[in-house]
Design a protein around this ligand. Sequence first.
Ligand code: NAP
Length: 322
Amino acid sequence: MSDAAFTPVHRLLQLGPLPPGLQREAASRYVLEPLWTQPEPARFLAEQQGAFDGAIMMSRHGCSASVIECLAAAPRPGVVACFGVGYDGIDLAAARRHGVQVSTTPDVLTDCVADTALGLMLACARQLVAAHRHVQEGAWLQGPFPLATRVSGKRVGIVGLGRIGQAIARRAGGFDMPVRYHGRSARAGVPYEFEPDLHALARWADFLVLACPGGPQTRHLVSADVLQALGPEGYLINIARGSVVDEDALVEAIQDGRIAGAGLDVYADEPRVPAGLLGTDRVVTLPHVAASTRETRHAMEQLVLDNLAAFFATGKVLTPPA
Ligand code: NAP
């Protein structure tokens, strides 16, 4: 699509800043109109009803019912192409109601997110960040680093045994870790035991790993009670969404030693992280980077473009949310 004579015909509403490669490539194929820099986005949407063929966004931008309604007013209800697999910020009910299609970027990020979950498990239990600092700051010259906690063979409870949850389970198998999982229902054809009671899973697990979607249905699924059940030897690992955990309860559980530690990639109000989760080696904090490798980000960008191309060519996106 580098042909200088090419004139883009489709107009896309851009809901926030995109990765540079995607921004460049999308701008070469479509006319992009930024929404987030408009002085009055609500008024802009009202004035531009039906003027767009679709929207392009990242998971964190969110896509409200008013954006969907703007797209639905076009002669053909448009498309929302999302960079990311989390659709908790997209008003899917409005999209369905108006016949607006939505695409996300599943599968291509699964391995990297699962790798990060294992990295957080190792970092928390083996105290890798503190051990690194021990060497860097010269403390090793004064004495050895304290003993840490074994990972291999420990029990992993996964909340949400979807694409990423199963990839975490496979990796846990490589560490000889027994796996059980919780979700809304048992999955056919998986070799792991289903646990319908989240508290029971937390009691059983040494690592409780969250890999379910965010949004109202899973909000504060991990409550003070669940953390209590995980117990003083247990670690919470969250690569899902910050909203899944009651963060106030997590801060208290960390401060009171009611759980051993936490490994977190996601938070309720990013990029703000509660002060109680900072300045302690019991918590390992990542800045929402589980999928952020060059290879995976490139594959995600390509899938956004492929979904848009498929929609405009056939009327159907390739990877809608389940
Ligand atoms: P997926 O294949 O759709 O899997 C989601 C799993 O969650 C399913 O097994 C589902 O099982 C379960 N689930 C749904 N609702 C639930 C509920 N109310 N309670 C418990 N479990 C529930 O999605 P995926 O590709 O694995 O991605 C999972 C999530 O990871 C995404 O939604 C996103 O938020 C997060 N993510 C984070 C990053 C990051 O950068 N940290 C990157 C990618 C994805 P049932 O339907 O049987 O309940």
